[in-house]
Design a protein around this ligand. Structure first.
Ligand code: ZN
Ligand code: ZN
Length: 211
């Protein structure tokens, strides 16, 4: 495992700036990994899975330390709005959930009163505060399904309505129809008029104008 300062440099490059949230994320990941017996995440890439519970600064730093990434299916994002993460060793099944303590922020603000910039003071404090003051840590068990794991897709079906392919059992079944989640009513976007029908209606207008 690299040092805190080394991770701070790497995380700053990857995230675009350095901030208190990232220092917290780095320390959260270092603590989590050590707690499940992983001392060198670079050598444990294939056996490590991380669940993050917020889409903010800390999460980018967790990804830098663990090497877990969304595109590799080793990083799972759960939109719970909490500065917390769970680290899972797939080989041993050991897992811990590490959550930032609610009062860590207040304690951090008191530690370096001489630093005028509040964010900088918080950042410096997060570097030196005890793990016990920063985090709550709990051994947990995470039930993982084969279709959630890294590796090749376990299945692929075609949605009966839109014709798009769906991997890894994310489809919905309605009677004997297989649908993607969007077509099954879980669509997160609203369709605007398609380009194709736009072109057709423009052509129709033009044709109408010249006749
Ligand atoms: Zn940030
Ligand atoms: Zn569909």
């Amino acid at each position: 495992m690299k040092t805190l300062e080394e991770y701070i440099t790497l995380a700053g490059q990857s995230h675009g700036h350095m901030c208190p949230g990232q220092v917290l994320g780095i320390r959260m990941a270092m603590l989590g990994l050590r707690s499940i017996g992983i001392d060198d995440p670079a050598k444990a890439r294939k056996r490590l899975l991380t669940f993050v519970e917020i889409d903010r600064c800390a999460t980018d730093a967790v990804s830098v330390v663990t090497g877990c990434r969304l595109g590799k299916r080793s990083l799972k994002f759960l939109d719970y709005g909490k500065v917390a993460a769970t680290f899972v060793d797939l080989e041993t099944g050991r897992a811990v959930r590490v959550a930032a303590r609610e009062n860590a922020r207040d304690k951090a603000k008191e530690l370096f009163p001489a630093i005028a910039d509040a964010s900088q003071a918080q950042l410096e404090a997060y570097k030196v505060m005890e793990n016990e003051d920063l985090f709550d840590l709990q051994a947990v068990r995470v039930k993982l399904q084969p279709e959630d794991l890294p590796g090749r897709p376990r299945s692929r079906v075609i949605c009966a309505q839109c014709g798009e392919g769906v991997n890894d059992g994310r489809e919905r079944r309605s009677g004997d129809r297989v649908l993607c989640r969007s077509c099954a009513g879980e669509r997160y976007y609203e369709e605007l008029r398609s380009q194709e029908s736009e072109v057709r209606s423009q052509e129709a207008e033009r044709a109408g104008g010249t006749s």
